[in-house]
Design a protein around this ligand. Structure first.
Ligand SMILES: [Zn+2]
Length: 257
C-alpha cells in the first residue's frame, strides 16, 4: 500500500519532468537552464509553485503572479504518468528490474506521444535515450538476475519493427515518417519480436479508431496530418502492461479451432 503510494508520487514527479521534456526538447532548449517560469509573465517559479499537481490545484489552475490560466496539459501529464506507473507496479511488480525498465519506457512513450502530437516530430535524442535505457536495463538484468544481455529476440524485434515501418513509409510515400520508423525499431529492440508484432497490430487498430474520433469530433481537420507516434505509444504501453492476458485470451478464444 505504502509502496503503491510512493510509486504514484514517483510517477507524478517524473510526469512533471516530462512536461519540461515535452515543452523544451522540440525547441532545442536545455532541460535545466533557465529554470521553470510562467510562459505568460516570465516570472520564475519558486518551490511552492512547482509541487506537481498540488500547486495547480491549490492555485485553481492559474499562475500565482499574473493570474493567467495554466494549460491543463501540465496536471494531465503528471496525473497520467502517476496512473501509468501505478498500473505497472500492480501488474509487473515486484520484479524491480522489469519495473524500472517499464518506468523508463512508459516515460518515453508519454513524452514522444505529446511531442509528436504537437509538432509531428519524434526527436532522435529520445530514440537514442530509449536504446541506451534498454541496453542498461538488460545489463542490470544480466548482473542481478543472470538473464542474457542482448538476445536474438531483441535484434529480430528491432529488424521487424523498423523494417515493417520502413516498408510502410516507402509504400505510403510520406504517410509514415522517418521518426515513426526509428521509434518502432526502438520498440522492437526494447520488447522483442512477439511484443513488437502486438504493438504494431494495436497501433493500427487504435490509430484507425482514434483517427475517426478525431475527424468526426473535428479536433483534427480532414486535411490535417494525424501523427502516428501517439498510437505507437498507446500500443506499446498496452503491450507492456497487458501482453500476457491478451495473448492468453487470443489462444483461448481465437487461436484454437
Ligand atoms: Zn504568470
Amino acid at each position: 500500500m505504502l509502496l503503491g503510494v510512493m510509486v504514484i508520487i514517483l510517477g507524478i514527479v517524473i510526469g512533471s519532468f516530462l512536461n519540461v521534456v515535452i515543452y523544451r526538447v522540440p525547441e532545442g532548449e536545455s532541460l535545466i537552464h533557465p529554470g521553470s517560469h510562467c510562459p505568460h509573465c516570465n516570472e520564475p517559479l519558486r518551490g511552492k509553485d512547482l509541487v506537481p499537481l498540488v500547486s495547480y490545484l491549490l492555485q485553481g489552475g492559474r499562475c500565482r503572479y499574473c493570474k493567467e490560466r495554466v494549460s491543463v496539459r501540465y496536471p494531465l501529464v503528471e496525473g497520467l504518468t502517476g496512473l501509468v506507473f501505478y498500473l505497472g507496479y500492480l501488474l509487473l511488480g515486484p520484479d524491480w528490474v522489469t519495473l524500472t525498465g517499464y518506468f523508463g519506457y512508459a516515460s518515453l512513450a508519454i513524452a514522444i506521444a505529446f511531442i509528436d502530437y504537437d509538432h509531428q516530430i519524434i526527436p532522435d535524442g529520445l530514440v537514442v535515450f530509449g536504446l541506451l535505457w534498454s541496453t542498461g536495463i538488460r545489463g542490470a538484468g544480466t548482473l542481478i538476475e543472470g538473464s542474457p544481455f542482448i538476445t536474438l529476440d531483441a535484434l529480430w524485434g528491432l529488424l521487424a519493427g523498423g523494417g515493417m515501418f520502413l516498408l510502410i513509409a516507402i509504400l505510403s510515400k510520406g504517410g509514415m515518417g522517418g521518426g515513426d520508423v526509428k521509434y518502432m525499431a526502438l520498440v522492437g529492440y526494447a520488447t522483442g519480436l512477439t511484443s513488437v508484432v502486438l504493438v504494431m497490430f494495436l497501433s493500427f487498430v487504435i490509430g484507425a479508431a482514434l483517427s475517426i474520433v478525431l475527424l468526426v469530433s473535428r479536433i483534427k481537420g480532414r486535411k490535417e496530418a494525424i501523427p502516428f507516434g501517439p498510437f505507437i505509444s498507446i500500443g506499446w504501453l498496452l503491450t507492456l502492461l497487458f501482453q500476457e492476458p491478451m495473448i492468453q485470451w487470443y489462444f483461448l478464444n481465437l487461436g484454437i479451432g
